[in-house]
Design a protein around this ligand. Structure first.
Ligand code: 9WN
Length: 483
């Protein structure tokens, strides 16, 4: 607990006055950061307002970042929250895919640029997207935004967005769970949102670098920008990028036909993080539908949620005390055992059984593994694969913290330990963001994001980042009742 919380004199929110004051100041800074990252574009004769993750590098709209941003924005500027999600669904493909990137025209800083995807035939007029997706936080955000909307304000927004969300769920079910087992298949590490996690190392051994066309490798060598704009040592390796872009080239060659892609991709994994969000997303969509009186339509999504909860519980590996991803590429079926924070996402899904819960919490609360000063590191501290600064291989990310907090709170009614850990994680996440500002990720041992002032290149990822700002707002409003 930090000192702020020990000061007496509680204010209306129950927080000491000095603490509440600081929180309110921070909310203003968060609002500024989100305004700074706003892009307004006119496409197909319509104006879109979207928030980019960071103007330092990520200058387009990312799928799950935007969903997180909308959940923060609804507390400050409802119209902007609606617009964020409207823009996110605007480029939906006819088959239902909502892509991981919706490109801003004229921006070339981010590699791969729009044309590298060869997705021209799927464009909605002038709206250009990538060809893969990201963890389905969207429906969770739509439900949250709707629930927190000022009275009567969200009607049009829901009419516009809900059909797209339902179509997206149908896409995910049809193409990513063709065997109807409840777990979803991702076909690219970028789809996981945790791009270079150790979870994917074993799958990479099956992607032969000599199979990646020479032209693709040359393109990466000549045009990759993330390692030049950010610190190369923190970013994925060059070989990772050959694989990332080799997969993109393969999918383009398969005409973005997802039946073929899922069957043939050398990278295909039943991802426990993605599937946990899928379970929660189905519950959220069912809740939204129920709230607007469409109970019959909600039944299907309730069933999908339940099916995925059961499937996730079955991925538990007693020997290694964790839920496991499953490598399903090209007919394989191999559990992936890596100690990363993805193993805590089944809490969010409500998939953790009574028997599993104490084991999950024991693992999460261990300071040698996942509960250092600023939890939850993306990879366990005692794993040989842990790297303090390389992204998704060690640092703490606000987005996974938010999801784990929600997961712990879900189990709070039945577990005092889950409640206590959830509350502590709220404190530490707010503290970590407040003392550094809005960075892409943070040092789990010290909570720092800029270890040396003079050494900008050592900062943890890119700065003035949108989702830490939005997550700060959401946590402050939900758990600190900051007004
Ligand atoms: C690739 C935008 C995105 C996040 C991902 C994070 C990172 C992109 C990249 O940035 O991925 O999608 O180029 O590294 O891994 O979770 O959505 O913030």
């Amino acid at each position: 607990m930090n000192d702020h919380y020990k000061t007496p004199k509680p204010s209306n929110s129950g927080l000491p006055q000095s603490r509440e004051q600081k929180l309110l100041e921070m909310l203003k800074v968060a609002d500024h950061a989100l305004k700074h990252n706003l892009y307004v574009t006119t496409l197909n004769e319509k104006t879109y307002r979207r928030t980019v993750p960071s103007k330092e590098f990520y200058v387009h709209q990312w799928n799950w970042d935007s969903a997180a941003v909308a959940m923060g924005l609804i507390h400050l500027d409802p119209e902007r929250a609606y617009d964020e999600l409207r823009a996110l669904v605007s480029g939906q493909w006819d088959n239902g895919l909502i892509a991981h990137i919706t490109y801003n025209p004229g921006e070339t800083r981010y590699y791969p640029q729009a044309e590298k995807w060869h997705t021209e035939q799927f464009r909605r007029g002038e709206i250009v997207t990538s060809g893969i997706t990201q963890p389905p936080l969207l429906s969770i955000a739509v439900d949250y935004v709707y629930k927190h909307s000022p009275d009567g304000a969200a009607g049009d927004f829901l009419d516009e967005v809900l059909p797209a969300v339902m179509k997206y769920h149908d896409y995910l079910k049809r193409y990513r769970d063709p065997e109807d087992g409840g777990l979803l298949t991702i076909v690219h590490p970028w789809e996981s949102g945790t791009d270079n996690s150790p979870r994917w190392d074993s799958s990479y051994t099956h992607i032969n670098l000599t199979d990646v066309p020479q032209a693709v490798r040359e393109d990466v060598d000549a045009n990759r920008t993330d390692d030049k704009l950010g610190k190369a040592l923190h970013r994925p390796t060059q070989e990772d990028y050959y694989r990332f872009m080799g997969l993109v080239a393969l999918f383009a060659k398969l005409g973005w036909d997802y039946e073929k892609i899922v069957a043939q991709s050398p990278f295909a994994v039943k991802d426990i993080l993605f599937s946990s969000l899928w379970a929660r997303a189905n519950e959220a969509l069912a809740d939204t539908l129920t709230r607007v009186g469409r109970t019959d339509e909600a039944t299907k999504y309730h069933k999908w949620a339940q099916q995925t909860q059961e499937a996730l519980a079955h991925t538990w590996d007693e020997e290694h005390q964790q839920y496991c991803d499953i490598d399903v590429a090209q007919g394989r079926r191999e559990p992936i055992i890596e100690p990363t924070n993805a193993m805590f996402l089944p809490l969010l899904a409500g998939a953790v059984t009574d028997e599993q819960l104490p084991k999950v919490l024991t693992r999460l609360s261990d300071p040698e593994q996942f509960w250092p000063a600023y939890p939850v590191p993306s990879t366990a501290l005692n794993s040989p694969k842990f790297e303090l600064t390389r992204y998704w291989r060690g640092p703490t990310w606000p987005i996974t913290n938010l999801l784990i907090i929600e997961g712990l709170m879900r189990y709070a009614p039945q577990s005092a330990q889950a409640r206590q850990m959830g509350e502590e994680l709220v404190d530490r996440t707010l503290d970590m963001i407040e003392k550094n500002g809005f960075y892409e990720y943070y040092d789990p041992t010290k909570g720092e994001a800029r270890p040396g002032r003079e050494d900008n290149a050592r900062q943890f990822g890119f700065a003035t980042f949108s989702w830490p700002a939005a997550i700060f707002i959401q946590l402050a409003k939900q758990y600190r009742k900051a007004h």
